[in-house]
Write a protein that binds this ligand. Structure first.
Ligand code: ZN
Length: 321
């Protein structure tokens, strides 16, 4: 038995025995101040994603490290600012075959958008001492991973870089339709780039433009549909507040009489229109990140399958050649 296994036992922590964890890598620090809390914290993160991981893990796949952080597109940092952190909470799962990313809510519960990146898709890897990782992918997508806490700040980039290097040498390069593949939130199969229906289970998804169209009609609508409730509420409040402000402004114009009323109304309409357009663009941008399910799937996927049935050399559901 390894030291990490002993330590987990001592703390009364039981990891899911069906999952192929590399416990020594997952829990490298076993002594010292704050270690107990850190291990318990990690266990909490794991517990919420274990049921999903059990359905994802392939034969011969090993889970090397799991950490919770934030995943943003490079451009998004500036575009969304602090909101990017709120809506991009992600659990990162480094395995010996790939990086699995699960979008989670503030409490760590998985939330519809899941992705896979094979190490062969990573062209540039840059880690920093703050735990931030910057990636450039084969298809040009630039991602920034950040927000790691405690030891994860050091461990996550280190183990990630090891994986990237090992896989560069081994040349494991599965075929993909885009560098960061979207997974169906229902059956966990890959949904190829540009497709909005799962070929495995029939689950339909909203296209980014249909969500953006909703936000164009009524700001915040699209974001509510994607489940970004906090962001959507803020948008809604801002929108309602601007109506109060602009209606008051237009009324004041009318009280002046003559041309002022007309000018005030035009300004009012102009600003409201701008708000609709900006919100619609924002929704489109966010929706592009992954898949938003629409209604129920055609057939309900079995909740337990497939457990460890995959083949490492032939990842499940490869895109048609
Ligand atoms: Zn599916």
């Amino acid at each position: 038995m390894s030291n990490a296994t002993d330590k987990l036992e001592e703390l009364g922590i039981q990891l899911d025995s069906q999952l192929p964890y590399d416990v020594d890598r997952m829990f490298p620090k076993l002594q010292g101040w704050g270690v107990k809390g850190a291990i318990k914290q990690k266990h909490k993160v794991l517990q919420k994603v274990e049921p999903l991981l059990k359905r994802m893990v392939l034969r011969d796949e090993k889970i090397l490290y799991v950490a919770k952080g934030i995943q943003v597109k490079f451009s998004e940092q500036y575009f969304l600012g602090i909101w990017a952190n709120l809506i991009n909470q992600t659990v990162f799962v480094l395995t010996n075959l790939r990086l699995i990313m699960l979008h989670v809510d503030g409490s760590g519960n998985p939330h519809n958008m899941y992705w896979v990146i094979y190490y062969s898709q990573i062209t540039t890897f840059k880690g920093s001492w703050t735990g931030q990782v910057k990636l450039k992918l084969e298809d040009g997508l630039k991602l920034v991973f950040s927000g790691f806490k405690g030891d994860d700040r050091k461990q996550m980039p280190t183990i990630f870089q090891e994986c990237v290097e090992v896989y560069r040498q081994q040349g494991f390069n599965p075929q993909v339709t885009q560098s960061r593949e979207n997974l169906c939130p229902n059956c966990l199969a890959v949904v190829p780039k540009g497709q909005y229906q799962c070929g495995e289970c029939g689950q339909n998804f909203y296209t980014p433009s249909s969500l953006a169209g909703r936000s164009l009609i009524f700001p915040s609508w699209g974001d509510f549909m994607m489940g970004h409730t906090v962001l959507a509420c803020v948008e809604l409040l801002g929108y309602v507040a601007s109506w109060f402000f602009l209606v008051a402004f237009a009324m004041a114009g009318f009280r002046e009489g003559g041309i002022e009323g007309l000018v005030a109304t035009c300004i009012f309409l102009f600003f409201i229109a701008i708000e609709h357009v900006i919100d619609s663009a924002l929704t489109f941008f966010i929706a592009k990140k992954g898949l938003t399910p629409k209604g129920k799937p055609a057939q309900v996927a079995a909740t337990e399958a497939p457990v460890l049935t995959g083949d490492a050399s032939n990842p499940y559901n490869p895109p048609p050649v």
